[in-house]
Ligand binder design. Structure first.
Ligand SMILES: NC(=O)c1ccc[n+]([C@@H]2O[C@H](COP(=O)([O-])OP(=O)(O)OC[C@H]3O[C@@H](n4cnc5c(N)ncnc54)[C@H](OP(=O)(O)O)[C@@H]3O)[C@@H](O)[C@H]2O)c1
Length: 281
């Protein structure tokens, strides 16, 4: 079975291609290869490739800019997903699509399950929720909500920014009032493929490392694992002025993934594994 990865130059997309390439047939397409907002081109390319699995890692992720770029945001995060879902249906392929914790309002103190009602608070978040709904046009679809991704080959994540500060002995600014369940791309890739291989039911799955922490908690753990002094500058997200509103409490529970028999390691374990191999990347 051939796997098509779209958004293949991004943090998660490149991890998928790297993980699949040694053993399986995979085609990774970056934006320069295939613009997903060009529906006729997408339908024609997928018809020609006939993948068994489409993994869509493309997204417009500029959360603040999305507030003033509604058409681009909708075109990539929603309409392109509909195109991919229709192409998947035509090709008889399963569709994996990624969404976000931002679909929730963050006004809670318990990890969100897949059954909790979304309440997006920004244009980006609303576009991602719309993409979740449109993915359902593929008869076999998996919508995986991830958050605070880290571990991609290009080190572009918030975790990498914190680690870079810690290693350089610079004070790292960290949010004390945002609670997250970080997601190591290696674990997301493995769990996604396990879900597909088990032929789990279509639907929405949270796919984060288990447990949760604040960014301050994550930075303290990173400093301990790296054996460096935790020089941190606590910052309150509530005191910042962002164009787009962000949820404060966004721990996610992987309930549906666990019910499908797929376990996610803890975020501490994931962070340790990432830091141990980071210098090799
Ligand atoms: N990063 C996070 O912390 C996070 C949190 C929650 C959810 N997610 C979700 O997880 C998924 C993967 O995120 P990521 O961090 O890997 O994203 P990323 O690094 O920003 O990669 C997204 C990729 O999509 C590509 N893209 C954008 N517009 C496109 C278009 N019109 N046609 C084709 N490709 C296009 C981008 O290409 P260019 O490089 O050319 O722009 C980029 O390579 C996304 O669905 C995202 O919303 C991410």
């Amino acid at each position: 079975m051939m796997t098509l990865v779209t958004g293949a130059a991004g943090q998660l997309g490149s991890a998928f291609v790297a993980a699949l390439a040694p053993a399986r047939e995979v085609v990774g397409l970056a934006r320069a290869d295939l613009d997903l907002t060009d529906a006729p081109a997408v339908l024609a390319r997928i018809d020609a490739l006939r993948p068994g699995l489409i993994v869509n890692c493309a997204a417009y992720n500029e959360v603040d800019a999305a507030e003033t770029q509604p058409l681009t945001t909708l075109a990539v995060n929603a309409i392109a997903v509909l195109t991919l879902a229709r192409a998947a249906a035509e090709a008889g392929a399963a569709l994996v699509h990624f969404s976000t914790d931002f679909v929730f309002d963050g006004l809670t103190s318990q990890p969100y399950t897949e059954d909790d009602p979304p309440n997006p608070q920004s244009f980006y978040a609303a576009s991602k929720l719309l993409g979740e709904w449109l993915a359902r046009d593929a008869p076999r679809h998996y919508v995986l909500r991830v958050e605070s991704l880290f571990g991609g080959p290009r080190r572009r994540s918030s975790v990498d920014t914190i680690v870079d500060h810690l290693l350089a002995g610079r004070e790292a600014p960290v949010f004390v009032d945002r609670t997250v369940s970080p997601s190591f791309v290696d674990d997301v890739v493995e769990a996604t493929l396990a879900l597909v291989e088990r032929r789990a039911p279509s639907g929405v799955y949270h796919c984060v490392n288990s447990g949760h922490t604040t960014w301050q908690g994550l930075a303290e753990t990173a400093a301990r694992l790296l054996g460096v002094e935790p020089r941190l500058k606590p910052v309150r997200a509530a005191d910042m002025s962002f164009a787009a509103s962000r949820p404060f409490y966004c721990a996610l529970s992987n309930r549906h993934l666990a019910e499908a028999g797929v376990a996610m390691p803890s975020w501490e374990d994931a962070l340790g594994r990432y830091l141990a191999k980071r210098d090799l990347r």
